[in-house]
Ligand binder design. Structure first.
Ligand SMILES: Nc1ncnc2c1ncn2[C@@H]1O[C@H](COP(=O)(O)OP(=O)(O)OP(=O)(O)O)[C@@H](O)[C@H]1O
Length: 345
């Protein structure tokens, strides 16, 4: 060994002489002034802000109440809860489902309607019936392009609010859960509750979709997952990304159709409905050719903990991308004529 050092001493000295000296350490005052040393903040735009003190009823009154008469009159009302695993999505959507059931059945909106309920769970491309002990459901498209959930129970609500609430509770008990780093009973699937509201006088349907999206997981929290869980997380992230593109595409398409531009000058935005099972199931929510009007609400849930700042920022970034600013008719026309059709969101 000594011989090795002696032989290579000259080479070692040459290498050392080529290194630059390390920078002198900063003074304490400089370090505290540096933005990296303190807590930095980022701004995100959202429509409403709720705190940990807000009750589910307050969220319902602010965001969801209007969806009920809208669907009752033939529209398609959709609510998503989105966010990191363990941030309260299932808690929020479960409470909102009960309030929707009360309002639909006891709220005496105008006119006679038939209400029926379907609840499925979507993991990757596989769907399961939560009103029938997780029997598999096939997602098919019929000859007129309408998505059908073949094999899914569509339960008529004939015995009032209590029947609907007990069906929702039973469906929740069939949800597939796994333990994650953040939540012992994490829903690793998208839970889709579809309420069909049929007007017997016109034989037309309105819909309410109340959707508990699978939780996103931070990279550091999935490091210990096996290959199956990694694949599952990738599928969840892919479907959430397609969902975002569909929500934005549909909003742009609605803005276009309400503009005064002649149809020949309108370039329809691409809405990638077929790219994921989730958006296929929700086809008539996103289909630009759908004649029924749609209203979509997204609730972004955050873990109020310093350790979760990174995932919370991701959630807010996603939520912000879903906001659609309605431009003035004049500005939109200018943008469209100029060839860049993107509406700022
Ligand atoms: N607002 C709240 N008040 C009281 N408890 C809450 C609230 N939100 C969530 N919790 C509790 O926190 C835990 C995690 O919530 P929840 O299962 O709803 O999270 P999640 O976002 O659906 O998670 P995942 O994506 O992993 O399924 C649950 O035990 C739930 O009861």
């Amino acid at each position: 060994m000594d011989k090795f050092y002696l032989t290579n001493a000259a080479l070692y000295q040459t290498l050392v002489s080529k290194f630059s000296p390390a920078p002198a350490p900063k003074s304490a005052t400089e370090a505290t002034k540096s933005p990296r040393a303190g807590i930095t903040s980022s701004d995100y735009e959202v429509d409403k802000l709720f705190t940990s003190e807000t009750t589910t009823k307050e969220i319902y009154d602010t965001l969801v109440e209007d969806l009920v008469p809208f669907a009752w009159s033939g529209g398609i009302g959709t609510l998503f809860t989105y966010g990191q695993t363990g941030s309260g999505k299932t808690f929020t959507v479960t409470g909102l489902q009960k309030l929707v059931a009360e309002s639909l059945i006891d709220g005496s909106p105008n006119g006679e309607r038939q209400v029926s309920l379907t609840v499925i769970d979507l993991a990757g491309n596989s769907a399961f019936d939560l009103l029938n002990a997780r029997k598999p459901v096939s997602i098919l498209e019929d000859s007129s392009g309408v998505t059908q959930l073949a094999g899914a129970t569509e339960q008529p609500i004939l015995r009032g609010r209590d029947q609907m609430i007990s069906l929702l509770e039973s469906a929740a008990s069939f949800r597939r859960t796994e333990s994650t780093f953040r939540n012992d009973a994490s829903s690793r699937s998208h839970g889709i509750c579809r309420i069909r509201i049929t007007n017997p006088a016109t034989a037309s349907d309105g819909f309410l979709y109340l959707i508990d999206l699978a939780g996103s997981e931070a990279a550091r929290d999935i490091a210990s997952h096996g290959a199956d869980r990694m694949r599952e997380t990738r599928e969840i992230n892919m479907s959430l990304s397609v969902l975002k593109d569909c929500i934005r595409g549909k909003a742009e398409s609605d803005l276009l159709s309400s503009s005064s531009l002649p149809t020949s000058k309108q370039k329809q935005p691409y809405v990638p409905i077929r790219q994921s099972a989730l958006t296929k199931v929700l086809k008539h929510v996103f289909d630009p050719t759908e004649s029924r009007s749609c209203k979509t609400v997204v609730i972004a849930c955050l873990n109020p903990s310093l350790a979760d700042v990174g995932p919370s920022k991701n959630t807010l970034r996603y939520a912000q991308m879903l906001r659609v600013h309605v431009p003035t008719a004049d500005k939109m026309e200018r943008d469209l004529m100029g060839g860049y059709r993107k509406v700022r969101v």
